[in-house]
Design a protein around this ligand. Structure first.
Ligand code: ADP
Ligand code: MG
Length: 373
């Protein structure tokens, strides 16, 4: 089921005594979520992610705009008539009911033509439990389950009615790191198997990037960029998006374009064309540095962190907006051979990979296109 948001806006009255302006939690959302895909809604805490989800579910009424499921305008439908499945961060299972009873619960409330026989309900519950691999825990109570298992039950309960749209609001936040990765892969698998249109809310860019077909990056209630995770990473529309995606994060410097050259400090780090002379922010992805004795860009070495496959070179540069500059270099590179002394405080030199370098306008922070020469 495709979901279309048309000029969707939600304002909340200000509760701040000094500032009476409304909070615009969702500002004019206007895009289509394709059928059968997994969409990641991504942004920092407070940017309006849960509000969007609650508007789609019908738990909140929009101030403006419409919501369509396929051709149907569902804006005025109550949540129970929208055909949605909801999963929240805190699993919200009924503590006094067994796993089986929790999963059966939404089916028992079906009325009229949708009403099922007991056998049909049990079969559907068993299918949903198998899908999330908890079919052996059906007689347990929620308190007898781990966090990951509880969240699977919550997902099974959301799926049992075969929703048209599955809405997940930070479903992994209460799980430990390892379980979080495992469960996000499970969610991906379940979504592929059921092909139910899924909207997955998270503040964790890595989580969203790893499982989404498409991500929607938000800031202060405003959509910044929509696209495939790799495309957004490779072509961020502005400095906020560039900084929000990627670990370690992008390195940002004060730079200057002069006579078709890009300068950071006194170093000419790239030859470019298509940009008038001006000062800019320069973003360089950590994987955009190549160690080279005669490299164009010099930084002062702080240390080297070995991370198995790669090494992370930590350095400083006066033009850097962050305290340190992080570059990721394949472990086959011998740092000592590339630098004079490879000791702390010595100069380490890099050449830059142009497609890993982005320029941003200092005022608007929008990305500036350039061509490499
Ligand atoms: P997120 O889920 O991205 O953390 P939310 O959608 O929960 O963000 O909140 C977005 C903004 O709307 C925040 O500034 C929040 O304080 C505000 N907000 C959310 N719900 C309400 C409400 N019921 N009343 C007033 N303000 C709210
Ligand atoms: Mg939220």
């Amino acid at each position: 089921m495709e979901v279309t948001l048309k000029n969707l806006t939600k304002r909340f009255p200000s509760r701040d005594k000094k500032n009476h302006d409304d909070v615009i939690a969702v500002n004019n959302f206007d895009f289509e979520i394709p059928d059968g895909k997994l969409i990641g809604l991504l942004g920092p805490s407070g940017c309006g992610k849960s509000t969007v989800l609650n508007l789609i579910s019908g738990l909140l009424k929009p101030t403006d705009g419409r919501i369509f499921f396929g051709e149907d305008d569902v804006t005025d439908l109550p949540p129970e008539n929208r055909g949605i499945g909801l999963v929240f961060q805190n699993y919200a299972l009924y503590p006094h009911l067994t796993v089986k009873q929790n999963i059966l619960f939404p089916l028992e409330n079906l009325k009229g033509k949708d009403k099922l026989t007991k056998d049909q309900m049990l079969e559907k519950a068993s299918e949903a439990a198998k899908l999330v691999q908890i079919d052996e825990l059906m007689d347990r109570k929620p308190r007898e389950l781990s966090g990951g298992q509880q969240q699977r039950v919550a997902i099974a309960r959301a799926l049992v009615k075969m929703p048209k749209v599955l809405l997940l609001d930070e479903p992994l936040s209460n799980l430990d790191a390892r379980l979080r990765i495992q469960t996000r892969e499970e969610i991906r698998r379940i979504q592929r198997e059921t092909e139910v249109t899924t909207i997955f809310v998270t503040h964790d860019q890595e989580e969203a990037m790893s499982i989404s077909d498409m991500i929607v990056v938000m800031k202060d209630g405003i959509v910044q960029q929509i696209g495939k995770p790799q495309d957004v990473y490779d072509s961020p529309t502005n400095l906020f998006v560039a900084k929000f995606l990627g670990t370690p994060p992008i390195n940002v410097f004060d730079g200057q374009v002069r006579d078709n050259r890009l300068y950071i400090g006194d170093d000419t780090v790239l030859k470019i064309s298509g940009v008038p002379d001006k000062t800019v922010f320069v973003g360089i992805r950590p994987e955009g540095f190549i160690l080279s004795k005669e490299g164009a860009f010099g930084c002062r070495l702080n240390g080297v962190e070995v991370m198995g496959r790669d090494i992370s070179v930590v350095s400083t540069n006066e033009a850097s907006l962050n305290p340190t500059v992080r570059s990721i270099i394949g472990a086959e590179n011998k740092l000592s051979a590339q630098t004079d002394h490879a000791s702390e405080g010595s100069v380490v030199r890099f050449n830059l990979i142009p497609r890993k370098v982005f320029l941003f306008d200092k005022e608007t922070e929008e990305r500036i296109d350039f061509e490499e020469c």
